[in-house]
Design a protein around this ligand. Structure first.
Ligand code: C5P
Length: 206
């Protein structure tokens, strides 16, 4: 069984994906980390973010077993990830890796921006998590502050909106719900409620 979970930054899709994978005994891949890992490698080597050949070569060496969200969580890396995510050849390479991960038994939960539309269009269940921009910015700000990092709501909101705009407007695999995706607006939900709502959807369609 493959479960696809898409949505904008800080929509809660990552936490949902992790919990749903544990609940159904499936493997989990946060595909945002694949873009972040390539971006981090380019930044570390001082390479230009627009160099598609270097980005593709970096992607070919990615080890999906060693993607560490903690190490890749910075705002700078997220921003760079969204900038390299417009490169079609890089996307092709990462989608190949993501599909290989998804195809292994017993199945997997993948979360990202284009899982239901491009990576796994035949997924058994597709969820599209949303929440209002203000709610998402509040969550991200609280998360940063809890980790002892500096964060201010206005700046976080502006950053999220800029990244959403770039992710939604790019020509290749833009952020959008698949036609057969179930929308889950988590604006008014805590994580427990969102998780239960997601499980209800999965159980009703699988
Ligand atoms: O989800 P996360 O914030 O880690 O993703 C970082 C960036 O990677 C996103 O802003 C997006 O541009 C890109 N991405 C993508 N397709 C995916 C996952 C992430 O384009 N499936």
């Amino acid at each position: 069984m493959i479960i696809a979970i898409d949505g904008p930054a800080a929509s809660g899709k990552g936490t949902l994906a992790r919990r749903i994978a544990a609940h159904y005994g499936l493997r989990h891949l946060d595909t945002g980390l694949t873009y972040r890992a390539v971006a981090a490698a380019l930044l570390a080597r001082g390479m230009p973010l627009g160099d598609e050949a270097v980005a593709i070569a970096t992607a070919r060496n990615l080890d999906l077993g060693h993607l560490d969200r903690e190490l890749l969580s910075s705002h700078e890396i997220g921003e760079a990830a969204s900038r390299i995510a417009v490169l079609p050849g890089l996307r092709e390479e990462l989608v190949r890796l993501q599909r290989a991960f998804a195809s292994e038994p017993p199945g997997a939960v993948l979360d990202g921006r284009d899982i239901g539309t491009v990576v796994c269009p035949d997924a058994a269940v597709k969820l599209y998590a949303t929440a209002s921009p203000t709610e998402r910015a509040k969550r991200r700000t609280a998360e940063l502050l809890s980790k002892g990092k500096e964060a201010d709501l206005e700046t976080v909101l502006a950053d999220l909106q800029r990244r959403d705009a770039r992710d939604s407007s790019r020509s290749v695999a833009p952020l959008k719900p698949a036609e057969d995706a179930h929308l889950l607006d988590t604006s008014e939900m805590d994580i427990e409620t969102a998780f239960k709502a997601a499980v209800d959807i999965v159980d009703s369609v699988r």
